[in-house]
Design a protein around this ligand. Structure first.
Ligand code: 3HC
Length: 324
């Protein structure tokens, strides 16, 4: 279905494509029923679909700590956050459905590896401090990337982002509060917080995608305002915002080259290990197999619910026809 729907992406200089680009350049929102180039539709399905998958798979590393939270309050906050992520996934699957691709299509492509989810979720969450680092760094990076997407050209996607961003800032503050508590706690707690920062720093930088020179989609996605900033621009903003927060916590960013550059008005910092990044994308990260196995199991275990709902839907439809 998905493959048939999107025709080849041959360069399109038809009158429709020219007026479409003029609408984008004028900052107009494109809505589901508007004409759009096949490539625009395909890029949106890819990005929104993978964004949705990231929200759903992203629940797994944090879900691991719901039963282990140190207090009832921390458990309740973490539970609320993980539930929020499920909602973000649903908003995004709904936005993708407006492009003609079903949630089942997208889920099938996640489960068989044809579609990705964010590399960050292939790293393990080993201690409670990781719940702080994930909220502070991962949600912090997600906010950095998602706030500009509130202005993206595709209406349903930009509107989904407005709601997501409101909840994401709660997530980031939740994580920072855990890191603050632990950095000001016992020496063992501070060591745990530092260890979490050490393990999550580089994978968080990778969330913004490869460097601009290696980005496959950025140029076209920026021209269509599917992407509002380049990968490196957002990564730089994230570093400039996060380093002072680490200083405030009394933690050390694990990058010896990190140095404020007055001329640039930002930090110079070491590029992440791109070889590791591409290995994780190839499925060779620490938790790739575990994450996909969990999602495949959830899909299989939920088959009876889907079957029951579709049987009920068919029965209701048949009753409607019989009543006419
Ligand atoms: N993890 C997995 N794949 C990644 C990646 C990452 N961190 N960064 C890039 N890639 C993939 C791209 O998907 C693309 O592969 P594809 O052609 O198979 O899709 C390839 O690497 C080349 O990268 P590009 O820079 O050319 O790709 P994009 O232009 O799509 O940029 C992106 C990548 C910046 C992630 C962009 O897709 C984007 O902004 N997506 C929307 C936001 C999003 O998905 N964020 C993920 C995290 S959501 C989250 O963390 C939820 C929070 O609540 C915890």
């Amino acid at each position: 279905m998905y493959a048939q729907m999107v025709k080849s992406e041959a360069a399109d200089d038809s009158p429709e494509a020219i007026s479409f680009q003029a609408r984008i350049d004028a900052g107009e929102k494109i809505e589901p029923k508007d004409w759009m180039p096949a490539g625009y539709r395909k890029t949106l399905i890819r990005q929104i679909g993978q964004h949705a998958h990231s929200e759903i798979v992203g629940q797994l590393p944090e879900g691991n700590w719901i039963t282990r939270a140190p207090t009832l309050e921390r458990k309740a906050i973490l539970l609320a956050k993980v539930q929020d992520e499920a909602g973000h996934g649903l908003y995004l699957y709904c936005a993708a459905e407006t492009l003609g691709v079903s949630r089942d299509d997208l889920t099938e492509m996640l489960l068989d590896g044809r579609m990705k989810y964010s590399s960050i979720f292939n790293y393990p969450t080993l201690t409670w401090a990781d719940m702080g680092a994930v909220g502070w760094l991962v949600d912090g990076a997600a906010i950095m990337n998602q706030v500009p997407l509130q202005r993206t050209s595709y209406g349903p996607y930009s509107r989904a982002m407005i709601r997501v961003c409101k909840e994401e800032s709660f997530h980031q503050r939740k994580g920072f509060d855990i890191m603050r508590k632990m950095s000001n706690g016992t020496p063992a707690q501070k060591r745990m917080a530092q260890d979490a920062l050490n393990r999550f720093w580089e994978p968080s930088l990778m969330m913004f995608g490869p460097s601009d020179k290696d980005s496959v989609h950025s140029a076209q996605s920026m021209a269509w305002k599917i992407k509002m900033n380049t990968n490196d621009e957002l990564r730089q903003k994230f570093v400039d915002q996060t380093v002072p927060q680490a200083d405030y916590l009394g933690l050390t960013v694990p990058d010896e080259t990190l140095k404020w550059n007055d001329e640039k008005g930002g930090y110079d910092f070491a590029e992440p290990d791109w070889a590791e990044f591409y290995e994780v994308l190839k499925g060779n990260g620490p938790c790739n197999r575990e994450r996909l196995a969990a999602r495949n199991k959830a899909w299989d275990d939920g088959a009876w619910v889907r079957d029951g709902l579709s049987a009920y839907g068919q029965k209701r439809a048949a009753r409607k026809v019989a009543a006419q």
